[in-house]
Ligand binder design. Structure first.
Ligand SMILES: O=P(O)(O)OC[C@H]1O[C@H](OP(=O)(O)OP(=O)(O)O)[C@H](O)[C@@H]1O
Ligand SMILES: O=c1cc[nH]c(=O)[nH]1
Ligand SMILES: [Mg+2]
Length: 212
């Protein structure tokens, strides 16, 4: 499993404001949206394209276009929903499938409460959106689901990842039948005893949508 940290001053600048406890929800949403677009640019570097002929006003030439089946974008509710618009702005022809997953606050185990994904993902490139990779349990469960349905290329886009979560994820997925990548804006120091990323940014879902 490959991990890419997008090392760019604009990403670092926006992430710093996102982390700030004084940043309100509207600003948090806007910055998340902006960050995703920057991360998505790197995350889609290996999106599949094929040669096509295009007629410019002067002559025909060979360009490229996205191949079919179109990529599938999968936000993990709730917090991943805050990343959806930023992603589809870059990939407007992508289809969107939804996974609802929540961590049990005591055990930190993920529970899936919504699954609106195609049953057959054969030959499909998938982009999973979840801002926080903490213990890695949520992402491991999501990746397992996608690979079981035939996805052969899955890229997870996160804002923050914990080293423990990245290690756990690599162990859990083992030698998968698909290419798996994690693209993140930063790898933080560690997890606290409640499974929160340190220094982190707090609870991403709550900061986007409130503590409902
Ligand atoms: O790597 P893990 O330890 O599994 O933790 C990461 C998950 O925790 C958060 O979701 P949460 O359960 O808080 O749900 P929410 O998005 O509805 O707030 C976050 O959005 C990730 O999905
Ligand atoms: O730090 C964390 C860990 C999991 N989920 C969050 O929203 N934040
Ligand atoms: Mg949450």
């Amino acid at each position: 499993m490959d991990t890419l940290v997008v090392d760019h001053p604009l990403v670092a600048h926006k992430l710093t404001t996102l982390r700030d406890v004084r940043t309100d929800s509207p600003t948090f949403r806007r910055l998340t949206d902006e960050l995703v677009t920057l991360l998505a640019y790197e995350a889609t570097r290996d999106v599949r394209v094929a040669d096509v002929t295009v007629d410019t006003p002067l002559m025909p030439m060979t360009g490229v276009q996205l191949t079919r089946p179109t990529p599938l974008v999968v936000p993990i509710l709730r917090a991943g929903l805050g990343m959806l618009d930023g992603m589809t702005r870059l990939l407007p022809t992508a289809e969107v499938g939804f996974l609802g997953m929540a961590r049990n606050e005591e055990t930190l185990a993920p529970a899936t409460y919504a699954d609106r994904l195609p049953n057959d993902l054969s030959g499909r490139q998938c982009y999973v959106l979840d801002p926080m990779l903490a213990t890695g349990g949520t992402l491991a469960a999501a990746l397992r689901l996608l690979v079981e349905r035939g996805a052969d290329h899955v890229t997870a886009i996160c804002l923050l990842a914990a080293p423990e979560g990245l290690r756990a994820l690599a162990e859990k997925v083992g030698e998968p039948a698909a290419t798996l990548r994690v693209v993140t804006a930063a790898i933080d120091d560690r997890l606290n005893e409640k499974g929160f990323i340190l220094p982190g940014l707090g609870d991403a879902g709550d900061r986007l949508y409130g503590s409902v």
